[in-house]
Design a protein around this ligand. Structure first.
Ligand SMILES: [Zn+2]
Length: 255
């Protein structure tokens, strides 16, 4: 089954979101979401939208829509705003909390947008935002630059296609390309040693912490690995847990 993503263009209808010199956040968000959706579809993702036209739905309705559709991920696109124009700029992504694959998604999307030229303001926790709190799947809200920053708007307009592609890249970086997911398996490599002793030492250390590790030897290397995982989410969560415990990891995929 392809990975399904619901894209949400922030605001809409009577709610313009942030406004600056006649420019409305709801329009920027919708235009970007429609192009992002096309790109993700081309990459094999199953894309759904909260809205494809200028209509209003409450954040709660949007979250319920995603839950009812049973999508795997929810990505909401917004533009930021600061009380004083032209004093703040950059992209930031919001998540319910900084854990799991949503956090990784947010980091990867920010990093890709930083490559376009935006300042990277990082990932922020917003546990009270309804679309982050009430959605049952990993959800990220991306603030694609400040709508009341002339320089961010210039970046946004000049690089519109590149920005949509960058967000898609951040998603692909994290989730892989959807079409290749079906028969893929994932393993996590925690170490590769020529000396079996070192591999065994790492193996024992991992087993003591209840990691289901094993050693595979081939080509003169003893590789300490964990897995098979049949979906990337599970592999990624395990990888993050290992990294938090201080291990260097590498996710390997195979068909
Ligand atoms: Zn907004």
């Amino acid at each position: 089954m392809p990975i399904s993503i619901m894209l949400d263009a922030g605001h809409g209808g009577f709610d313009p979101g942030a406004v600056y010199n006649g420019r409305q956040e709801k329009d920027d968000a919708l235009n970007l979401v429609l192009l992002l959706g096309e790109i993700l579809q081309q990459r094999g993702f199953d894309v759904e939208y909260t809205r494809t036209t200028d209509i209003y739905e409450s954040p709660f309705e949007k979250a319920m829509e995603a839950n009812a559709a049973g999508v795997d991920y929810f990505i909401s696109i917004h533009r930021n705003s600061f009380p004083t124009p032209n004093t703040a700029e950059g992209v930031e992504s919001l998540v319910f909390n900084k854990s799991g694959i949503k956090y990784e998604l947010a980091e990867n999307i920010n990093a890709r947008l930083e490559n376009i030229g935006f300042e990277n303001l990082g990932v922020k926790e917003r546990p009270n935002l309804v679309v982050l709190k009430r959605t049952r799947m990993p959800s990220v809200l991306v603030e694609v630059g400040f709508i009341n920053s002339d320089s961010d708007n210039m970046l946004f307009d000049k690089n519109f296609e590149a920005i949509a592609a960058a967000i898609a890249d951040g998603i692909s970086d994290t989730l892989g390309s959807s079409t290749s997911m079906q028969s893929m398996t994932y393993e996590i490599q925690v170490g590769a040693f020529r000396n079996e002793l070192y591999a065994n030492r790492l193996l024992q250390e991992l087993l003591r912490q209840d990691y289901p590790a094993r050693i595979e030897d081939s080509d003169g290397y003893y590789r300490v690995r964990i897995g098979m995982f049949h979906n990337l989410d599970d592999a990624t969560q395990m990888e993050q847990q290992l990294r938090r415990s201080g291990y260097q990891t590498l996710v390997l995929s195979a068909e």
